[in-house]
Design a protein around this ligand. Sequence first.
Ligand code: PLP
Length: 471
Amino acid sequence: MHGETLAPKKMVQKTIIEPFRIKSVEPFRLSSESERSAFLKAADYNPFLLSSDQVMIDLLTDSGTSAMSANQWAGIINGDEAYAGSRSWLKMQAVVKDLTGFEFILPTHQGRAAERIIYGLVGGKGKTFISNTHFDTTRANIEFSGAEAIDIPIENATDPSWIHPFKGNLNTEKLEKIILEKGAGNVGAVILTVTNNSGGGQPVSMANTREVSRICRKHGVLFMLDCCRVAENAYFIHLREEGYSGKTYKEIAQEMFSLTDGAVMSAKKDALVNMGGFLALKDKDIANECKSLLIITEGFTTYGGLSGRDMEAIAIGLEEVFDADYLTYRMKSTAYLGDHLNKMGVPLMLPIGGHAVYIDAKQFYPHIPVDQYPGQALACELYVKGGIRSVEIGSVMFGKYDSMGKLIPASMELVRLAIPRRVYTQSHMEYVIETFEILLEDRKNVRGMKITEEPKFLRHFTAKFEKLDQV
Ligand SMILES: *Cc1c(COP(=O)(O)O)cnc(C)c1O
């Protein structure tokens, strides 16, 4: 024995387990590749136009697709449906006030309703909005008001392989220049999107938020936080930014809100619900004007287009999302998918973001030119080969045309695999990884796409496509 211990080495498990048991299941049908080819053709090669019954693993979005907890479902039954002064509203209001620190909270049916109200009010012709990256509905609401929306992510943020701990940061040098150039009075708002969804699900640091705040305050410009994923952003700050490892995720989020003048939230993300949103504001006069607009189109100030039960579930979800076990599992499972794809040689947006893995379709299909939409081609292949639905975030979503009708492409051609919260297990992720092995083998044979029909705004939702005949 020689004094050595025979006790087995203490094992520290590496598997990231889901910190919940499954109480209720939703079966989906396992379709064949030939069935899916026919489904996709009938949907004009736009995965948005598929019915969800035709999809096996739906990674189209993490928006409104969360699984609610037993507590939230209990809250649904407890919801108070009073038209005015609903108990569920008071509960939601208290939770949002505590989190954001803002005095004026307006419930809305989802994020874009809050955006339309506030950006419609402070926007209009001649106004400029500046953001690390405007989310698509944010940009659409701003442009619809007649204003312009300028994205200023930090330098290199659009290089998918460039590694930076806070790649979602806003370029503060450019910010000050643009404010001076446009005149502070013409700037509708500066909007910091956390995490930066369209820019790759990348986090924004507290230091960057502080600097944006300083510049906005110096020039008297409204500073709004698009806080859809503020808990996920807080996880990255806790992990990566000096001075924050001792703070709770909620404290980090609270500090971030304290640097801003207001927030817009789609509760369909980090509030862990299927529908809802809010607008939170510091300024009473702006809030009062927004309340009038809310009543005209959304509903009375104590429900704003939401059922009492929705507000009850939001109040509970906004607290659950800051749970350390949940947030760790959430972020590690996204990284699990991303790290595996990265190791296999799938070109990705790096580092891996919070709610999604973004594939660089331009590199995945280098033979498909950008005006043949390599991202759309990849999203279609993923569906046909694996029954996996994803979304193109590239020139279909953000491309424009010049006066000659030639495409001005987006800065990146990405395909997003967004992970619904608490919905899929690790074996579902294994299946997605395996599907990519098949896609990698066949990549040279995949053809580009052309648009055959498109609407004027948010064309990616309803545009129709055809496959081109030749590579
Ligand atoms: C989802 C989202 C929105 C819009 O919210 P909806 O609830 O879909 O209207 C705005 N900004 C960001 C960053 C989002 O992710």
